[in-house]
Design a protein. Structure first.
Length: 420
């Protein structure tokens, strides 16, 4: 490897490692909310359904905020969006112990924290880095960045469970709020170097000065790109599959601790299980990123969703022991967020990277509509029937549906911007 290649490698890692670190913190804080349902209910008496609804609002807001923040970032830059998101996560998490009503919980966890996490989500981070990463490295970079979120879940889940057990849920919340602020110094590392900004501005000015008066293939604007995307069947099928992914993840991350409690297992099993999901998903995310460069992404997604359906059905049939939960968590972890690199890759393959943060952010919105239903209906299910059996059945059926809808997707470019 010559000096230039080493420099490019260093620049690549200098970009994706801070992005992965930011996602570690935002996803780490976000993915442990289910551990707080029982303590919050005991302290406030809001009720499982009320708390589940507040967290379901958070699932929707997290998804809805991403295309909005993506549009702002595409227009004004990613660094201000990431800074605002970090401050919102910290504020929402710190306010949660101070509220005692469902409305207050919706405001703190359902809006502030969730919107902040949306501003620091994978869609924003991959959009911030995609234009500075060579096309052949984007799938790999997506996997590494996504793995940061999984590592955050692995670290924060057992940490939060121990903090709740040893110091109480209020101290645990304040600790998470403080830890989320560690993202601020990492955000600064994503700022394009001054020389790169000047070069980009100079290049743009030169192109404008020498451009023909009526170019034959102008770069499409955002509205044109959105019209094209929503008129494309493959993009709509991606949305359909990602809806079921959101249902699956939100249901389990919110209610897996409740399911474990119903199995009469200790609370420590919940923290360990969620941590195992995060650890296994590091391998799943990295594997999905690497395989996306070699195999068709729609086929990868087919097998991921099909394996989810099989895992859920096997769990239902197995005896409910701690080992069963840990094995189930490990299997889930391999597929947990491994859908994200190939899904983002499909969107980029269809439409290029110019508006990737917006277009992928919209798929995240659909994902989180499913997430809203998964979190809310899980609470209604356990309150009505005393268990989550029918939610697991619905989860398996939707996973099979998601596997099948990816097969007709066409992986051909539809409309590429000049920057692609």
């Amino acid at each position: 490897m010559n000096q230039n290649q080493m420099g490019r490698q260093a620049a690549l890692w200098g970009l994706i490692v801070p992005a992965a670190g930011i996602l570690l913190l935002t996803m780490g804080v976000r993915q442990v909310s289910g551990l707080f349902i029982s303590p919050i209910n005991t302290a406030t008496g809001i009720g499982i359904v009320g708390i589940s609804f507040a967290l379901a609002i958070g699932q929707f807001v997290w998804g809805a905020s991403q295309p909005l923040f993506g549009m702002v970032a595409d227009r004004y830059g990613f660094v201000p969006v990431l800074i605002a998101g970090t401050l919102m996560i910290a504020l929402g998490t710190a306010l949660t112990p101070l509220v005692s009503s469902q409305f207050g919980l919706i405001l703190s966890m359902g809006i502030l924290s969730a919107a902040g996490a949306g501003a620091g989500s994978f869609a924003i981070l991959i959009g911030a880095s995609a234009s500075r990463i060579p096309a052949e490295k984007r799938s790999f970079a997506s996997g590494v960045i996504n793995a940061g979120g999984s590592l955050g879940q692995f670290i924060f889940a057992p940490l939060a469970e121990r903090l709740i057990a040893l110091t109480g849920w209020i101290s645990a919340m304040f600790t998470l709020a403080a830890l989320s602020l560690l993202a601020l110094p990492l955000i600064a590392k994503l700022r394009p170097p001054r020389a790169e900004q000047l070069a980009s501005q100079t290049s743009a000015a030169a192109q404008a000065a020498t451009a023909a008066p009526a170019p034959s293939t102008p770069e499409p604007g955002m509205r044109a790109q959105l019209r094209t995307a929503f008129g494309n069947r493959s993009y709509l099928l991606i949305h359909a599959g990602f809806f079921t992914c959101g249902f699956h993840i939100a249901f389990l991350i919110t209610h897996l601790p409740g399911e474990i409690a119903l199995c009469n297992l200790p609370t420590s099993v919940s923290g360990i299980a969620i941590g195992i999901i995060g650890l296994a998903n590091i391998a799943g995310s990295l594997g999905a990123g690497a395989l996306g460069a070699r195999y068709r992404m729609k086929h990868l997604l087919f097998w991921v969703y099909l394996s989810r359906a099989v895992l859920v059905l096997l769990y239902l049939a197995a005896p409910k022991t701690a080992m069963t939960v840990y094995l189930f968590a490990a299997g889930l972890g391999l597929t947990w967020l491994s859908t994200i690199p190939p899904t983002a890759g499909l969107v980029g393959k269809l439409f290029g990277v110019r508006y990737l943060a917006t277009l992928f952010g919209l798929t995240i919105l659909t994902h989180q509509i499913g997430g809203f239903l998964g979190a809310w209906l899980g609470g209604i299910s356990v309150a009505s029937t005393g268990n989550f059996h029918w939610m697991f059945i619905a989860d398996a059926v939707l996973a099979l549906f998601a596997a099948l809808v990816h097969l007709p997707i066409r992986e051909a470019p539809v409309l590429r911007s000049a920057s692609a």
